[in-house]
Design a protein around this ligand. Structure first.
Ligand code: ATP
Ligand code: MG
Ligand code: MG
Length: 784
């Protein structure tokens, strides 16, 4: 057996709404072997991992897995269950798993297992493979040392109790949580401008200067004293003599401790004689360069936790066992106020206040009690109340989310995304946008290139200035890493048509729809769907009933749309050259398409459809009709704002359209638009990437041949095919439709293809150049 490929799906994905590790495994010689065929395998496995029989219940009953083994299952499935079982034993429990054969590759399986800790998932899987491989070949397996290693890893990467308590509170408040690094308990809570960070009880709002002050016992004492808070009088000293002199001034007994308050050690209480003080001084010096001598306060020490400007809890401190007796309810109002003021005076949002007094139920002033220290980043154990108070103080009741629209579909994502971003930007919001062009934050491009996947989305959501995120979310990224967000507000699917089939385990258009459905299934507020696309419509049934569905359609009488309106839903459609927004009772013309530049006077029907989808999403996001109409009427798709998306040029009187079309649906849409521009001939210079299936390339040829009067086919990206291979298939498809005619041209080089295309044009014709790379090729060829 060997692992061919492995990766983490970090967010919602086609298998689950939670993170999973995906492994592609080749069973090699164990292919076709069932657990039933291996005489000792089942017993040996359950001997090694008895817990598997108990808590892995794929059939829904206890003992389900043991039964599955007896009945016979293939070894890839056994590995899935062992991986989950091992993670549970290691202390990083995960329950979801799925195993499927890889189509067309006998012996290969895609195994998906949920995980809690990324750093444990991979070794757990590797261990599962080793175990199953050994047992299936009749070899014994020494599990103990390997399991110890796995447990040690789980321990190392586990979230500490303090941080976990804060995260529980965050989860309960629906705040998105992102671990910033696996190696530290550092987390991002929320997104964009609303994000905060925490690390245990240290928050992004904890001021460094306050932490420094709290680290200096003498300075803390002075500041509290200045605020009128009862403290133990004292002074910093540099020699034993000085310590004795200060003690005499203060009056004994005194407490001697290191100045550095982070040193819990080195403290001696109730020193009376010079000898005792000298000894205590020497002891304190071992822990800090400077030493504080303070009046000894009689009584017990208590730790009061302040967060969110209130006292959360108070407990008796015991140095021995740490966990003190809870005295929260005993605290008088005056003591609570003092603690809150002490934290505020030092400048800490979360603080541990140490009090010494005889009776915690009595006001400090009445008993000579005092605040003897203030700690930044206090330990809270697993206290839920503390976690709640820290989160409430930090997030102020916000869930930390910014509006988030995620847009997917086979065609039109980039155009729709940029159109929406343009409208929202005009409405005054600071935008974070991902698209095939790059990542844009606050109107500035921060990354160039195809940015429609996980990391780009994360870049936007982690940007501290972003108020509103619009994310083009493509198939590739969803398959590769999952979504970068647990939920979006609005999930859009523009259309599902054949493209990228046969790649990454997506073999049919239904599979492709499953991938795209991850976006609407993650939506919490609204889902925007194409009413004309049955695969989109089918997604509606799977969307949570609390999530609004907004349909769009180019046909005013689309039956799905009409029924949706009758049932009280909202929709956007195209009628009499206008974009109409509608609900059950009210239909309003938003904009005539003549006023929408990307509609090209109504000729670019696909861009009208994209405009409808954008309208639906912006309406669901709460934008006003005026804001939406303003956006639609001012967004231009030219070589600068949206390169290669219907960029129309006038080249010495010849109309040229440069566009990114590369699949059948896009070519059909583009040719229709181009044809409607002028009555002349339509000349196409087309291509498609080589990683598409043969039948898809043939289909590109068929679609283009029927629509262009002259067709030049050139090579753009071979991607695994022989140079020119894709071109030949496109031409073959074209010949299926128009036969072998002299209107079909093979010209592999892009520049030469453009020159040939230009030579085929007469005044009044339209030339379409399908371009996957950049406008430069075109500009160069035109110059020449
Ligand atoms: P990609 O998957 O390559 O990122 P995309 O979904 O982002 O593509 P766009 O870049 O907006 O799509 O559009 C690419 C081309 O697809 C357009 O220039 C046009 O030819 C065609 N197209 C755009 N919108 C649609 C649509 N709604 N239906 C069909 N074709 C479309
Ligand atoms: Mg695409
Ligand atoms: Mg795109």
């Amino acid at each position: 057996m060997h692992i061919l490929e492995q990766r983490f799906l970090r967010g919602p994905n086609i298998h689950a709404a939670t993170p999973c590790i995906l492994s592609v495994l080749d069973l090699d010689d164990l292919y076709g072997v069932s657990t039933r065929d291996l005489p000792h395998f089942n017993d040996a496995l359950l001997d090694l991992l008895p817990s598997l029989a108990d808590y892995l219940v794929p059939t829904g009953q206890p003992g389900g897995f043991a039964q599955r083994l007896r009945e016979g299952t293939y070894l890839a499935r056994a590995i899935e269950h062992v991986t989950l079982g091992l993670q549970c034993l290691a202390g990083a429990p995960a329950a979801f798993g799925r195993t499927r054969p890889v189509t067309g590759s006998p012996g290969q399986y895609r195994i998906v297992c949920a995980y809690l800790l990324e750093k444990v998932a991979q070794p757990a899987f590797a261990l599962a493979v080793d175990i199953v491989d050994a047992l299936a070949h009749g070899r014994p397996f020494d599990l103990a040392p390997r399991l110890d290693e796995l447990r040690a890893l789980a321990d190392h990467y586990a979230v500490d109790a303090n941080t976990a308590a804060v995260l529980v509170a965050a989860h309960e408040r629906n705040i998105p949580v992102q671990r910033i690094t696996e190696d530290a308990n550092l987390f991002q809570l929320g997104w964009g401008v609303k994000q905060k960070r925490i690390q245990a009880t240290l928050t992004g709002d904890t001021a460094t200067i306050a932490v420094r002050i709290a680290g200096d016992r003498q300075l803390t004492r002075r500041l509290l004293d200045e605020a009128g808070i009862p403290v133990a009088a004292g002074e910093a000293v540099a020699t034993a003599d000085e310590a004795q002199r200060v003690a005499r001034n203060l009056g004994t007994p005194v407490t001697v401790k290191p100045l550095d308050a982070e040193q819990a050690d080195g403290v001696t209480v109730a020193c009376r004689t010079d000898a005792e003080i000298e000894q205590a001084y020497a002891h304190a010096r071992k822990f800090g360069r400077q030493v504080v001598v303070a009046r000894h306060v009689e009584g017990e020490q208590y730790r009061v936790l302040v967060a969110g400007r209130k006292v959360v809890e108070a407990a008796l401190s015991r140095s021995a066992d740490g966990a003190g007796d809870d005295v929260t309810d005993l605290l008088p109002e005056s003591t609570r106020r003092l603690c809150v003021r002490a934290a505020a005076k030092i400048g800490l949002d979360v603080a541990g206040i140490d009090i010494v007094c005889r009776d915690i139920a009595v006001p400090l002033a009445d008993q000579g009690g005092a605040i003897v220290g203030v700690s930044a980043a206090p330990g809270i154990g697993a206290s839920r109340a503390a976690g709640d108070a820290i989160i409430d103080g930090l997030m102020g009741g916000s869930d930390g989310r910014i509006p988030l629209i995620a847009c997917t579909g086979t065609n039109g994502k980039t155009t729709t995304t940029l159109l929406m971003a343009h409208a929202v930007r005009l409405a005054g919001r600071v935008m974070g946008v991902t698209s095939t062009h790059g990542v844009t934050i606050a109107g500035k491009e921060v990354t160039k290139g195809d940015c429609t996947g996980y990391w780009s989305a994360r870049t936007v959501l982690a940007s501290p200035d972003v108020e509103f995120a619009i994310l083009e979310t493509a198939r590739g990224g969803i398959l590769k890493r999952g979504l970068a967000f647990d939920r979006c507000d609005i999930g859009m699917v523009l259309n599902v048509s054949p493209d990228h089939l046969g790649l990454d385990g997506v073999d049919t258009i239904e599979d492709l729809a499953q991938v795209k459905a991850v976006v609407p299934l993650s939506a919490s507020r609204a889902v925007v769907l194409n009413a004309e696309d049955p695969l989109c419509v089918a997604m509606a049934r799977r969307v949570h009933p609390d999530v609004e569905i907004v349909y769009f359609s180019m046909e005013a009488d689309n039956p799905v749309l009409l029924r949706h309106l009758e049932e009280g839903g909202r929709a956007v459609y195209f009628q009499d050259n206008s974009i109409v927004v509608a609900d059950a009772t009210y239909h309003q013309e938003l904009l005539r398409v003549e006023a929408m530049p990307i509609a090209f006077g109504g000729r670019a029907r696909y861009n009208i459809a994209n405009g409808l989808a954008a309208t639906a999403a912006l309406m669901a996001a709460g934008m006003s009709n005026l804001q939406i109409a303003t956006g639609l009427s001012t967004f231009v798709s030219d070589g600068k704002t949206n390169p290669l998306r219907t960029n129309v040029f006038d080249v010495r009187g010849l109309t040229v359209i440069v566009d990114y079309a590369h699949n059948p649906a896009a070519y059909a849409a583009l040719a229709e638009m181009a044809r409607s521009l002028l009555p002349g001939q339509l000349v196409g210079i087309v291509t498609a990437p080589g990683d598409r299936r043969d039948e898809d390339l043939l289909e590109v040829g068929r679609v283009c041949a029927g629509r262009f009067d002259e067709l030049v086919v050139y090579e753009s990206s071979s991607r695994g095919r022989a140079y020119g291979g894709a071109v030949d298939l496109i031409l073959q498809g074209a010949e299926d439709v128009v036969g072998k005619t002299d209107t079909l041209h093979r010209e592999l080089d892009a520049g030469a293809a453009i020159r040939l295309g230009l030579s085929l044009c007469r005044r009044g014709d339209v030339l379409v150049f399908a371009c996957g790379t950049s406008l430069d090729v075109f500009v160069e060829a035109i110059r020449a």
